[in-house]
Structure formats: C-alpha cells, structure tokens
Design a protein around this ligand. Sequence first.
Ligand SMILES: [Zn+2]
Length: 223
Amino acid sequence: MERLDDDGEHRGLIVIAPHGGDIERHTDEQAECVASRLGGFGVSSWRCKGWKERREDGSGGALECWHTTSTEIDPSSFPGLGSVIDRGFAHALAFHGFDESEILVGGTAPAALKEEIRCAIEAATGGSGICVRVATPDDQFGGDDPCNVVNRLTADSAGGIQIEQSLPARRDHGTAIAQAVATVYAHKLHPQRPSWQETISDLAEWVRNAARRAVDWGSRRLR
Ligand SMILES: [Zn+2]
C-alpha cells in the first residue's frame, strides 16, 4: 500500500518510509510524525506499508514478502513515488529498521548534516544506552549508494539522510527520534508563506532602498 502527501511543487524536504507497516515497524509512524510536525513548511511525505501474516513456522512475514532493498525500489511500480522522484528535493529523509542494536545515520547528505542529526538523536535517546553513530563508507547499511531511493529524490542525489534503527529504538523512542530530526530540518527549511516578521523586514528594506534612491535623485539634481 502506497501513500503520498505532496502539493505537487514543494522542493524542500520529502520524508519517506519505504518499509512501513509490519515490514520495519514504526518507521511509517516516524515519517508521518516528521511530516505533521513540519506541515507549515509544506513538507512532502511518501510511505509504503506492507502487512502479511506469518506462516506457523514463522516464515513468510511482511519483511520477507514486501521488503525491496532501497536501491532496488522502482518508481515505475509506485505511481506516487514516480510523481516525485525527479523533483530534485533539497533534502530527503528515510526511516528504516534493521536487526543491529544501534542507530546508524547514513545517506549522501553532507557530513555536517549527518553529525547534526546524530547529535539530535543521541540527545533524544539519552540514557537508553543505544549507540548512535554516523555511517562510514564500509557500513553495509550506510545508505550512500546514489541509487538508493532516498538519495535519488534529492538534487544531484546529494541530500539524502537514511536512519537505520534497532527495534527497541523505534518502539521505545520512535516519536522522540522523529521529533528531534524534525527540529534539525525546521532550521533548514523556508516557511511556505513568509512569516509576518519577514514581510515587515522586506517592507522596511523596500522603504530604505526607496529613500536611498530619492536622496540619490535629489543630490544629482543639485549638482
Ligand atoms: Zn528498510
């Protein structure tokens, strides 16, 4: 099941959960939390959710059936994703779950942004003992392949952030992690409509420029 929230033109941030539902539990809730927290910026959001009963031997669950690796997700199979894949967002953020015991911040985004997000998550999960680290090029789940859907969504495939999380991290701290990451992006995005403070400062600048032009004009006439 595919879900897209998009106004058809926003280019700041898209937040995604390619393996929502039972595939990587709580990741879709995290993506929805960030999107609603940053709703004033017009942020886009894409989630793909899968559910499947396991067989009695425990096999055949959602993860086994519906998990497509992030580098192999084909936008032509997902009309919603297909409609935004070439938008060239400045930022894309993906929530994932894995079986390791840590939280890994990866993707093709600049190192400084990854470190900022790592610090925010570390503060949000403080006291839990969960290790939060930035992926190295050797990490299998580092999400630094330009073909990874989170990177493909960004301009020049250079703005993706992929967050891989253990189940306890998602289950016990999912919302706190999402809120912390949303706060990082809130400082990087522009509001959909200029706030009244910006409108007033634009107006003040216009008045200053107009006054300067009038003075220039007056001094030319006096010469
Ligand atoms: Zn995943």
